[in-house]
Design a protein around this ligand. Structure first.
Ligand code: ATP
Length: 703
């Protein structure tokens, strides 16, 4: 694996000690050559450590290049280079003609591989050794590309791309081209970045940090393996929790560099106009299961409206931003909502961050309309005068008020502030309809659920109102140690933990103790304190969000299309996609045709060989798809499988899980592959199925 010392000597070879792009691509090559999650995390961690030690100013650019973005989603920073700019540059730099490039492209099906090959052929013609590219240089060039707009911008972009390609050598060419087409193809890195950052900062002290320098590596080396794992996971929690509140590396990385792990929480606070990651609801099968899961605790059931989730931010000056579930800025889509804000803001309100569901509505009758109606509303250049589809905002949470962060307050308090400090506007802004209850009020809850369906809602969201234990005892981030020495001390002081993943009342999955339920707002978490009960959830219609990863040539009528199609769930621990079943039902002919065009043989979205991060033992489809979309499927039940290895080790050591009678329902355009169902989701569904008394259908059912 990578040794930071190696890097040091390599970096020091450069005149001003800057991190080269060559080192970054070396890390990419290593990451790409392994399936082992441990090796991926190690490689990335060591690379980041090198940046922290040798060239901290390059750390942020390196993080962006590795995650293949140039900014957070809400800043809408897009590269915006069309395929033709890259092709033209490759033709020029690689000394090819259009036909030659096409041949290479058809051979490899990947812009990076084609560029690499073109440049290798050209190498002999290159007389002068180019100046090595640095990480900072590549990143700032990409930023320049994205900022260049209007007349003449194509030429500017073209020149930058050409210069980068001329300067790049060997593997740099491959990864540069992939970066430019925004398809880096190094699998698990997006989800691994936060883990790697937490470890890198745990083990490496930034040279300019404000805190005194301990010797982390020697402190860590004194710990047992179990204790070290606990310290790592505590550090990971800190970085992940801060990123969930402030999902922007432009804040997190400088925060880590100046304040270290211990001060990160202080510098990365909830900020107006920076969206936080939303809290998510856990799936329940039906109302009885939901009631059982909440036991005797008091909860509120709310209508689950069928619209679009919206996070509204407003500052002292009245400037408003609206963000989607996926943190995209959609302020321009809802000028009517923006105009409404002064009327809903009560007299005591200065700043706020609130959340709710925007729903299409008939503004005469107040009747709610479907999600499809809302989806037909324009996205860009909408003005109040051109709004075709009227909307009403149904507010359900308040995360910040007058500069005070409310995430740590129980839901009952947040809701009280929401309802007291804001003002309803008929048919345009109101609260979600709700019913406070306990499991004893079963009949009332059933009636409420039926009422939600009558009003075209999808079911109910059930939320815990109060913390089960006082917040200060619950191990939330506030009370956790945030520096290495205290973390280590806590782990060592805790005789009961013995490496079982328990730190200060907080449990990881390995912990045996039941975790107390909290009614706090937990960004990016899917907890038991928010449960969704949808109308179509019953034993026969569990759904999964899976990723199509491969296809076979169809037979008979379907011979011109791909059928069956291989589907996968994602394993966030290993970063791999695990094949779960073949699917050949629920598709229309038009859909088959579209699939064949999108994943055409030898096209850019297919390959002949399986990617290292795909787990599909003993399966030999005709083509492998470039994983890029999410499909919702239904199925009869989940079976233990001798053939598939998805979720192996989670319910059985020898067998994986597969689905019987999978049927395609719809594309989930709103989900990226990082949001597809996980092997743990699948295992959880299997456990629920088994506890519901449904027999497991032994082996088979795989096809
Ligand atoms: P998730 O958002 O949980 O990943 P998903 O995209 O499949 O899953 P759903 O299962 O439909 O979405 O449920 C969650 C969504 O329900 C929320 O993101 C939100 O947009 C919507 N919603 C509607 N009413 C409410 C409510 N009262 N409280 C919370 N969310 C609500």
């Amino acid at each position: 694996s990578f040794n930071p010392e190696d890097y040091k000597s390599l970096v020091q070879g450069l005149p001003d000690g800057r991190l080269t792009y060559g080192l970054l691509t070396r890390a990419f090559v290593l990451i790409n050559s392994t399936r082992s999650r441990i090796k991926i995390v190690d490689t990335l961690t060591n690379f980041l450590r090198t940046a922290i030690t040798c060239d901290p100013a390059s750390l942020l650019p390196a993080v962006w290049l590795t995650t293949n973005d140039i900014g957070p989603p809400h800043e809408q920073t897009e590269l915006g280079i069309g395929g033709s700019v890259i092709s033209k540059a490759l033709i020029k730099v690689g000394g090819l003609d259009q036909k030659g490039l096409r041949t290479l492209y058809n051979k490899y099906g990947d812009a990076g591989d084609a560029a690499f090959e073109a440049k290798v052929r050209q190498r002999t013609l290159q007389l002068r050794k180019p100046v090595p590219l640095t990480v900072k240089d590549v990143y700032s060039s990409l930023v320049k590309i994205s900022e260049s707009k209007g007349a003449g911008s194509q030429e500017v972009k073209q020149r930058i791309v050409e210069r980068l390609l001329v300067q790049s050598r060997g593997e740099e060419v491959r990864y540069l081209a992939r970066t430019l087409v925004q398809h880096l193809r190094i699998g698990a890195v997006k989800t691994t970045m936060l883990i790697a950052l937490s470890r890198a900062f745990l083990m490496t002290h930034p040279p300019n940090a404000l805190e005194p320098a301990p010797n982390p590596t020697s402190t860590l080396s004194k710990l047992s393996k179990e204790a070290k794992t606990e310290v790592f996971s505590a550090a990971e929690e800190i970085v992940k929790a801060c990123f969930a509140r402030c999902p922007n590396y432009n804040e997190i990385v400088p925060g880590l560099l100046t304040a270290g792990l211990s001060g990160l929480k202080e510098v990365c606070k909830l900020t107006v106009h920076t969206p936080l990651k939303p809290m998510l609801g856990s799936i329940t099968r039906d109302l009885p299961e939901m009631l059982g899961r909440l036991g005797s605790r008091e909860f509120t059931a709310e209508y689950k409206y069928d619209g679009q989730r919206a996070q509204i931010h407003c500052d002292e000056k009245g400037k408003v931003s609206i963000f989607s579930r996926h943190l995209e800025n959609m302020t321009a889509k809802y000028p009517d909502l923006v105009a409404l804000i002064p009327s809903i803001r009560g007299p005591n309100v200065t700043t706020f961050i609130m959340e709710g569901e925007v729903v299409a509505i008939n503004s005469d009758t107040g009747d709610l309309k479907t999600f499809q109606t809302l989806a037909s509303r324009g996205r860009k250049d909408v003005t109040i005068g051109t709004v075709q589809v009227n909307v009403c905002m149904f507010a359900f949470d308040l995360m910040q008020l007058n500069g005070e962060e409310l995430l740590g307050k129980p839901f009952r308090e947040r809701r009280k502030l929401l309802r007291e400090e804001f003002v309803e506007v008929e048919k345009r802004f109101t609260w979600v309809k709700s019913l406070d209850a306990t499991a004893d009020d079963q009949d009332a809850v059933i009636e409420f659920f039926k009422g939600s369906l009558k009003e075209k809602c999808e079911g109910v969201m059930v939320k815990l109102l109060d913390n089960e234990v006082p917040a200060e005892d619950n191990g939330a981030l506030e009370t956790d140690a945030t520096d290495l020495d205290t973390l280590v001390e806590e782990v060592q002081k805790k005789p009961s933990s013995k490496g079982k993943g328990v730190i200060k009342g907080k449990e990881t999955k390995k912990g045996g103790k039941r975790k107390p339920l909290l009614a706090t707002y937990e960004p990016d978490k899917r907890l038991e304190s928010w449960l969704k009960v949808k109308k179509d959830y019953d034993a026969s219609t569990d759904t999964l969000d899976v990723i199509p990863i491969a296809g076979w040539h169809g037979m008979g009528r379907k011979s011109k299309w791909w059928s069956p199609i291989l589907l996968a769930v994602r394993n966030p621990d290993t970063g791999s996609l695990e094949a779960v079943c073949k699917c050949m039902s629920g598709f229309t002919d038009v859909f088959y045709q579209e699939m064949k065009e999108k994943y055409s043989e030898d096209g850019e979205n297919t390959t002949r060989t399986k990617k290292p991060y795909i787990e599909a033992p003993e399966l030999h489809p005709n083509v492998w798809f470039e994983p890029q979309e999410v499909w919702e499927i239904v199925f009869a039940d989940i079976t233990l499988s001798p053939n598939y290895t998805s979720a192996i080790g989670l319910v059985s050591e020898e067998r994986g899980l597969s689905l019987r009678f999978p049927r395609f329902l719809r594309k989930r355009e709103d989900k990226s592959i990082e949001e597809a169902s996980t092997s743990e989701d699948l295992a959880e569904m299997y456990r629920n199925q088994m506890s519901g008394g449904k027999p497991a259908t032994g082996a088979g059912g795989d096809d």
